[in-house]
Ligand binder design. Structure first.
Ligand SMILES: C[S@@+](CC[C@H](N)C(=O)[O-])C[C@H]1O[C@@H](n2cnc3c(N)ncnc32)[C@H](O)[C@@H]1O
Length: 308
C-alpha cells in the first residue's frame, strides 16, 4: 500500500523529530521512535502525523490504551482524518463500526493511482471485474436474456478495470469515484461517457430514477460500512430487470467488521437482508475471492441483485 501520509506540523524541529522517529521505526527501534514522537507532539501538540504514527507504534508495542489515546489525538488534530485514525480505533474496539473518512479514502487512492494496476492486479492477483462479468453472464443466461446493457454505472470505478471487462457488453458507462487521480486514469481509458469525482452514494443519489440497466461495484463496497443505503439507491436507479453486481470481503460471523487490511468485511446473511430490504432480489451470491491478502485468497462474496 502507499507510503505513509505526512502532514507537516509547521514546526521545523517537530517535523525533524518525526523524520528521525520514522527512521528508528523502520529500523525496528520502536521504543526510541515513540520517545521522539512524544517530543515532537510536545513541540507541536496538533501534529496529526506524529500522533497517528505514535498510535501505530503503541499498538505494535501492545500498549492499547496509549494507542487509543494517540489515535484520538490524531483525529482531533485533523478532524477530516486523512490518516484513517478512525479505522484503527474501530479495529481496537474503541469505537463502533462507522463510515470510512472520505479524506482517508481519497488520500489513499490518490497516492495509489500511479501504480494501482501493477500493485492490485500484479501483486495481489486482483480478479474482481472478471468475477463480476462471469456472474452477470450467468444471471442473464439463466433468464435467457442477452447480456447487453445500454446504460451502466461503475461505482468506485478506480482506473477503469471493471469497465474494461464489460466494454463489449455496455453501450454507455458512467464512472463515479472519490479519488481525482483514479478518475484521471479512468478518463485516459476512454471507456467512460461520463466520470464524476464523488462519493458513490452521493453520486447514485444524483442519478435519475430507472436510468441504468447495470450497476457495478468491483472491490469498492469493501470501503463502505453500511451497504443498506447504497442498495436502496441502486434499486431506485435501476430499470426493471436491471442488475446491481458487486464484490465484497466477508467473514464467518454476521454483520460488518473491519479486517486486518483496514477494509470492511460483510457477513453473507447481512448482505442477504440488505438486498431484500432494498426491494431487490438476490440472483447470485457466491463465495469467491477477488484478491489475495498475504498471498492467500481473502474470503469474499460475489453478489448480483436484480430489480424485479
Ligand atoms: C480497490 S479500488 C477498485 C477500483 C475498480 N473498481 C477496480 O475494480 O479496479 C477501490 C476504488 O473505490 C473508490 N472508493 C472507495 N470508497 C468510495 C466511496 N465511498 N465513493 C466513491 N469511491 C470510493 C476508491 O477511490 C478506489 O478507486
Amino acid at each position: 500500500m502507499p507510503a505513509r501520509l505526512f502532514l507537516s506540523s509547521g514546526d521545523l524541529m517537530a517535523d525533524r523529530r518525526y523524520e528521525f522517529a520514522r527512521d528508528l521505526q523502520l529500523k525496528g527501534d520502536l521504543a526510541a521512535a515513540a520517545d521522539l514522537l512524544e517530543q515532537a507532539v510536545e513541540l507541536a501538540p496538533n501534529f496529526a502525523s506524529a500522533w497517528f504514527t505514535l498510535g501505530k507504534i503503541r499498538r505494535q508495542l501492545g500498549e492499547r490504551k496509549a494507542a487509543v489515546a494517540a489515535f484520538h489525538r490524531a483525529r482531533a488534530a485533523d478532524p477530516d482524518d486523512h490518516h484513517g485514525a478512525t479505522l484503527h480505533l474501530m479495529q481496537l474496539g474503541a469505537e463502533e463500526i462507522s463510515a470510512m473518512p472520505s479524506a482517508y479514502v481519497k488520500a489513499l487512492f490518490d497516492h495509489y493511482a500511479p501504480r494501482f494496476e501493477v500493485a492490485l492486479v500484479g501483486d495481489l492477483g486482483y480478479r474482481g471485474p472478471a468475477l463480476l462479468f462471469k456472474a452477470v453472464l450467468l444471471v442473464h443466461a439463466a433468464a435467457k436474456k442477452p447480456a447487453y446493457f445500454s446504460r451502466a454505472i461503475d461505482l468506485g470505478c478506480g482506473t477503469g478495470l471493471a469497465a474494461f471487462a464489460f466494454a463489449k457488453n455496455v453501450d454507455r458507462f458512467i464512472g463515479i469515484d472519490l479519488s481525482p487521480r483514479m478518475i484521471e486514469k479512468a478518463r485516459a481509458t476512454a471507456l467512460y461517457a461520463q466520470l464524476e469525482v464523488d462519493d458513490l452514494l452521493q453520486g447514485l443519489r444524483g442519478r435519475p430514477e430507472t436510468s441504468a440497466e447495470l450497476i457495478l461495484a468491483a472491490d469498492a463496497m469493501v470501503y463502505v460500512a453500511d451497504l443498506a443505503p447504497v442498495l436502496v439507491e441502486a434499486q431506485r436507479v435501476l430499470t426493471a430487470g436491471g442488475l446491481f453486481a458487486f464484490t465484497t470481503e466477508t467473514h464467518d460471523g454476521d454483520g460488518v467488521i473491519i479486517g486486518e487490511g483496514l477494509r470492511y468485511a460483510h457477513g453473507a446473511e447481512y448482505v442477504r437482508v440488505c438486498v431484500a430490504r432494498a426491494g431487490l432480489k438476490l440472483a447470485h451470491l457466491d463465495n469467491s475471492s477477488a484478491r489475495n491478502e498475504e498471498n492467500v485468497p481473502a474470503p469474499g462474496l460475489v453478489v448480483v441483485a436484480i430489480k424485479a
